[in-house]
Write a protein that binds this ligand. Structure first.
Ligand code: GTP
Ligand code: MG
Length: 510
């Protein structure tokens, strides 16, 4: 409690005490004066008791009502400290980041792992700093830098007619009245510019746009298709965006309204009508009646007003939502990287087992075609693929899975289909009598591959065959592995790994 309040409180108490003493003294005197009449004395006493009772009742009532009222208003308006990100959202972002960090630790490539870790740290730092990032984005020469200049009230970036003036993202700091957070405004290079350098700059601009808490998408006319797509894409990932029609000084009032209406219509559904605003960031020099040149002031008030409303009302949410969004995107990126890392490992396992199976079947040919399907699929391969995906299967379960997949392959007639496909391809490369000897081994290798690839899909989707079941996954893999370019490579490998060893054995026997 501040000192001034304590002093006031003490003085108040002393005054109240003095008044009470004076009151008691006056009343006791009155009582003695009335002592000649006991009735009057008792009446005075009764009056006093009633008065004190009323005072106590009023005090209790006041305390209760006040407390209730306070509670209600507290419940109605949860008081969030202005500089604090809503707790639930920031917690969600923190736990998502924690999950991402755990995912990242599974990535084996050191450089990629470090890069992702540094991005999680960056997001965390943003969460702690809590600045609002406004990114100005749009086609080259739409007037992005001019807008940043006008907002900052001074020349901060180079403005020029040809596209590509802004080469890198430039960030400036701004404070808005009534908003505790700092606002960082980032100017970006234009999108949709020609050439390799243009594409690279666009890539940078897009990265900056996805990091924005609030996006200012600048156009200088109706939206082109090439502008609509990135704008819609960004809105779809949940980016809070304003669409800004710049250079309105070049249009008549009527034309300006027509273009604005058209823009609002085009973005209906993902940008609200009042989030489409018209400005003139750097109006053209006009001529006064005297013939003297005159530079009109930038007209960006509609944008500043809208930005202020949005940032005051949603600033905290925008920051939290964006951090959550970025954490989720990073998580998705890490998930994809882990998926491709696991796939590479699992592919290696399949590669290894397919030729083991081929060798075994070549030495002991099987009497029935369908048996080939069940024999080719090695339970150990299933267990190893499962392990890559973090599933600990025992060999029994591996056998069960291998057997049911083998039966599915046989039931779908894939064995016969594969024999046909592979014999035709082999005949183009080796003598027919060798094809006859080698075909079972080569088919076994091929079936092991189809099975292995199907199991990869199964483990990738958390041990789920999907809506179409095992059959659909197997058919899909058979389709993928029938492609000419794959068969060519496979046959060359089969010749080296199955046909050649077999021919060598025959040659030795002869
Ligand atoms: N008439 C008019 N011209 C403008 C306005 N705003 C910008 N310009 C002009 O448009 C041209 C491009 O402006 P910049 O601000 O450099 O555009 P930019 O979007 O930053 O361009 P890049 O950095 O190349 O992508 C310049 O010649 C500006 O003077 C405006 O409100 N009215
Ligand atoms: Mg620029």
């Amino acid at each position: 409690m501040p000192l001034s309040r304590i002093v006031t409180l003490i003085i108040g108490l002393i005054v109240i005490l003095a008044l009470t003493l004076w009151l008691i003294d006056s009343l006791s005197r009155l009582y003695w004066q009335l002592s000649y009449s006991p009735l009057l004395g008792n009446l005075l006493l009764l009056l006093l008791i009633i008065l004190i009772g009323c005072l106590i009742a009023a005090f209790v009532y006041y305390v209760l009502v006040l407390k209730n009222g306070e509670e209600k208003t507290r419940r109605k308006r949860p008081r969030v400290k202005p500089s604090q990100i809503p707790a639930a959202k920031s917690d969600a972002a923190s736990s998502t980041l924690e999950a991402v960090r755990q995912q990242v630790s599974q990535i084996q490539d050191e450089v990629t792992r470090q890069a992702l870790l540094s991005r999680t740290r960056e997001i965390e730092a943003n969460l702690a700093r809590g600045e609002i990032q406004v990114v100005v984005f749009g086609t080259g020469s739409a007037g992005k830098t001019s807008l940043v200049n006008a907002i900052m009230g001074r020349i901060v970036g180079e403005v020029n007619a040809p596209m590509g003036t802004t080469q890198v993202g430039e960030t400036y700091c701004l404070r808005l009245k009534g908003l505790e957070r700092k606002i960082l405004i980032t100017d970006t290079p234009g999108i949709l510019e020609p050439g390799v350098a243009g594409t690279e700059r666009e890539e940078l601009a897009r990265v900056l746009a996805t990091q924005a808490d609030l996006l200012l998408f600048v156009v200088d006319n109706d939206l082109r298709k090439s502008e609509y797509q990135p704008l819609r894409g960004l809105a779809e990932i949940g980016k809070r965006s304003l669409l800004i029609l710049n250079k309105t000084d070049l249009y008549t009032d009527n034309d300006k309204e027509v273009i604005l209406a058209r823009l609002r219509e085009r973005v209906r559904g993902f940008i609200a009508t009042n989030d489409v605003v018209a400005i003139a960031a750097n109006p053209q020099i006009a001529q006064l009646e005297t013939g003297e040149p005159f530079q009109p002031e930038p007209d960006i008030m509609p944008l500043l007003r809208r930005m202020a409303v949005i940032l005051r009302a949603e600033g905290e949410d925008l920051v939290a939502d964006n951090i959550l969004l970025q954490s989720l995107r990073l998580g998705e990126e890490a998930r994809k990287l882990i998926d491709s890392q696991r796939r590479r490992q699992a592919d290696k396992i399949v590669e290894r087992y397919q030729w083991i199976g081929a060798g075994v079947v070549s030495v002991t040919p099987l009497p029935m075609v369908d048996l080939l399907a069940t024999a080719a699929i090695n339970a150990q391969m299933v267990v190893e693929i499962g392990r890559v995906y973090g599933c600990d299967l025992n060999v029994e379960r591996g056998k069960e899975l291998a057997l049911s997949l083998g039966k599915t392959i046989a039931g779908l007639g894939i064995v016969k289909g594969a024999i046909q496909l592979l014999s035709t391809a082999l005949q183009l490369n080796v003598a027919t009598y060798i094809v006859g000897k080698a075909i079972q081994g080569v088919t076994a290798a091929y079936l092991t591959r189809i099975a292995g690839k199907s199991f990869i899909e199964y483990f990738r989707h958390d041990q789920d065959w999907g809506d179409g079941g095992m059959t659909e996954v197997v058919q899909e893999q058979f389709k993928i592995n029938q492609k000419d370019e794959f068969i060519k490579v496979f046959i060359q490998e089969a010749i080296a790994k199955v046909v050649k060893p077999l021919s060598d054995t025959f040659a030795e026997k002869e």
